[in-house]
Design a protein around this ligand. Structure first.
Ligand code: SF4
Length: 275
């Protein structure tokens, strides 16, 4: 299912984003980062490793890495080939090892061995761009400086019509700017986590389970095979369900059974979340 820009009015977008946020809180009240960590350094390392890799794979690799290099000073002094051997299965292991050791050195040299807690300082670390910095700031330091935009959040932002200035669902910079406009600041981190969970559990890239999605009656892409808006839908709960309005619009839609509106909950599978 190819994502496509959804055009809606600003008022409708704000209403929809508020309703999406409300429902995500009900669906995933404990949405959090799937990368295992108990310190800012471990979250930073895991996030760097998660590029083009599943969280599940990263979580298999990090215990050995953290056991061997428990502090930034030890990681900064590591032999690159030793780090590469441990993280090899996460892919791009040479570059990741270089960034991990480089980041640890900067942390030791400029930040007294502690992961910095500001966007400007984090962006000085090798291998850290805005997305990784947002993960560290939002998840560990509880600072909403921006919205993490990974592959799931990019895709769902497009499908749900929460972005209007981005070229496509890969345009992370514009998507983040749009989400920062339509979402209340104190929801930035939560909505990021919850959209990742929803993307993994329900709104998959190739085959979204719209018939099991509790957002379907406010989602402009619901029951749309190629991502085209199937019908203009409002945020009002009282409106006729989108599934019924959509049912008469195309042969493919008519062939679909009525949505069961099954609700999903619980921890995400952790299958994929490149940051
Ligand atoms: S209704 Fe379908 S396209 Fe929209 S968020 Fe739910 S699963 Fe994704």
């Amino acid at each position: 299912m190819k994502s496509r820009k959804i055009r809606v009015s600003p008022q409708e977008r704000v209403k929809r984003s508020a309703e999406v946020t409300r429902r995500l809180h009900k669906l995933y009240p404990e949405a959090d980062c799937a990368l295992e960590h108990d310190s800012a350094l471990k979250l930073l390392v895991a996030t760097i490793l998660s590029a083009q890799c599943t969280d599940e794979r990263v979580n298999m690799v990090t215990p050995a890495l953290f056991a061997r290099y428990p502090t930034a000073r030890e990681l900064a002094a590591a032999n690159p080939s030793d780090v590469e051997a441990i993280i090899r299965s996460t892919g791009f292991f040479r570059n990741k090892a270089k960034n991990l050791i480089g980041a640890a050195r900067v942390i030791c040299d400029r930040f007294n061995g502690e992961v910095p807690a500001t966007m400007d300082d984090l962006l000085q670390l090798p291998g850290v761009a805005r997305k990784t910095a947002n993960v560290i700031l939002g998840t560990w330091f509880k600072k909403n400086e921006g919205v993490v935009v990974d592959t799931h959040i990019g895709r769902l932002s497009h499908r749900l019509g929460l972005t209007w200035r981005s070229r496509d669902d890969k345009d992370a910079v514009k998507i983040e700017q749009d989400l920062m406009v339509v979402l209340p600041r104190d929801e930035w981190t939560f909505v990021g986590h919850a959209l990742i969970w929803h993307g993994r559990k329900v709104c998959a890239a190739r085959k979204p389970a719209c018939d099991q999605c509790t957002l379907s009656n406010i989602c402009p892409s619901a029951f749309s095979f190629d991502g085209k808006p199937a019908a203009r839908v409002g945020a009002s709960q009282g409106r006729k369900p989108a599934s019924k309005r959509i049912a008469g619009t195309s042969r493919a839609a008519r062939a679909k059974p009525k949505p069961a509106r099954a609700r999903t909950s619980g921890k995400a599978s952790g299958k994929r979340a490149p940051r």
